[in-house]
Design a protein around this ligand. Structure first.
Ligand code: CUA
Length: 341
């Protein structure tokens, strides 16, 4: 190899090493932002723990291979430059075929060994929750063994340390149900029922999302997951199963407006004549962490904004706009809905 070719090659290797250093720095910065309520790298459930472990093994394996390749490149161009003959053929066969086959084989075996644990159903008698992917929100039905189902929307509460069986469905398009902190993702496929077991390991509020493109507001299809102690969870479920509380004053006027404007054709509020099933059940909407499936704060302003122009908040949503209502009516409606805790 001539001196010019060697120095040219070394410049390429140096530039590659520099680029790799930059990538590592960028990755470190990115990883620093990998915590929070929607992070698969900060697990709060059995499934997420397995997946995070798999991720770290793969990341570690990749780092080792990268170091070995860069080390060999430095050795070849810097430490012992020159023609190699037989050595090169061995390196190509070893480094190009044998080592990758071994490494990928081990990672595949490791990944496959994790799968039965990730797909195992919850034990018989576990709490069951049916979740349906709608346009663009989540219908949630708790199916307790000893009582009537309890329907709500865009929020899931779970007792800590207990396996829960999710039953996932969709009436029209494919969605994918994903709570990164708690478990892996599972598709919701029209005409099929898929299942996912959740087993949260610590209390807290986490965030879930749709992980399959399902339409123009796919990215606005979130939900909150609240993991609670057993007693707190039981009290919450009991309250969710009850009818809406009676209204007085401004809220009572909001209730009248809700019924007069036909909102009950799409929404159910148990304890009132509103019994529609097209949209989310609003019986306890005031108690939810967010509005509009994870995108608006649960406060009177959020309700007013949503009712007046849902299309601007979430394009493609089926809810019609009620922006023609006078401001006072919107205020009364928001007051009632906010009180439905
Ligand atoms: Cu539902 Cu994307």
């Amino acid at each position: 190899m001539s001196a010019e070719v060697r120095s040219g090659a070394w410049r390429i290797v140096s530039a590659s090493i520099e680029a790799c250093e930059r990538i590592v720095c960028a990755c470190a910065l990115l990883l620093a932002g990998c915590g929070g309520p929607q992070s698969a790298l900060e697990p709060a459930g059995r499934g997420a723990e397995r997946i995070a472990l798999l991720f770290w093994w793969m990341a570690g394996g990749t780092a080792v291979i990268w170091l070995a390749v860069v080390g060999l490149a430095v050795y070849a161009f810097r430490v012992q430059p020159g023609p190699r003959g037989k050595q090169t053929a061995l390196l190509i066969i070893g480094g190009g075929a044998v080592v990758p086959t071994l490494v990928l084989g081990v990672l595949l075996a490791f990944g496959l060994a994790e799968m039965p644990g990730l797909l195992a159903p919850a034990p018989e008698g576990s709490l069951r929750i049916a979740v349906t992917g709608e346009q663009f929100w989540w219908r949630v039905r708790y199916l307790p063994p000893s009582r009537e189902p309890v329907e709500l929307a865009n929020e899931i509460r779970l007792p800590v340390g207990e396996p829960v069986q999710l039953i996932l469905e969709s009436p029209d398009v494919i969605h994918s149900f994903w709570i990164p902190s708690i478990a892996g993702k599972m598709d919701m496929i029209p005409g099929r029922v898929t299942r996912l077991t959740l087993e949260p390991t610590r209390t807290g509020t986490f965030r879930g999302a749709c992980a399959e493109f399902c339409g123009e507001s796919h990215a606005l299809m979130g939900f909150h997951v609240v993991v609670q102690e057993r007693e707190d969870f039981a009290r919450w479920l009991e309250r969710q199963g009850a009818s809406a509380r009676p209204a007085a004053g401004l809220a009572a006027r909001g209730r009248e407006l809700f019924l007069a404007n036909g909102c009950g054709a799409c929404h159910t509020v148990r304890g009132t004549p509103a019994d529609g099933v097209v949209g989310p059940d609003l019986t306890h909407v005031g108690s939810r962490v967010s509005l509009g499936a994870g995108i608006l704060r649960n406060e009177p302003g959020g309700f007013r904004r949503w009712i007046a122009s849902p299309e601007h908040v979430k394009p493609g949503v089926l809810m019609p706009a009620f922006g023609m209502l006078p401001a006072g009516d919107l205020q009364a409606l928001a007051a009632w809905l906010e009180e439905l805790e």
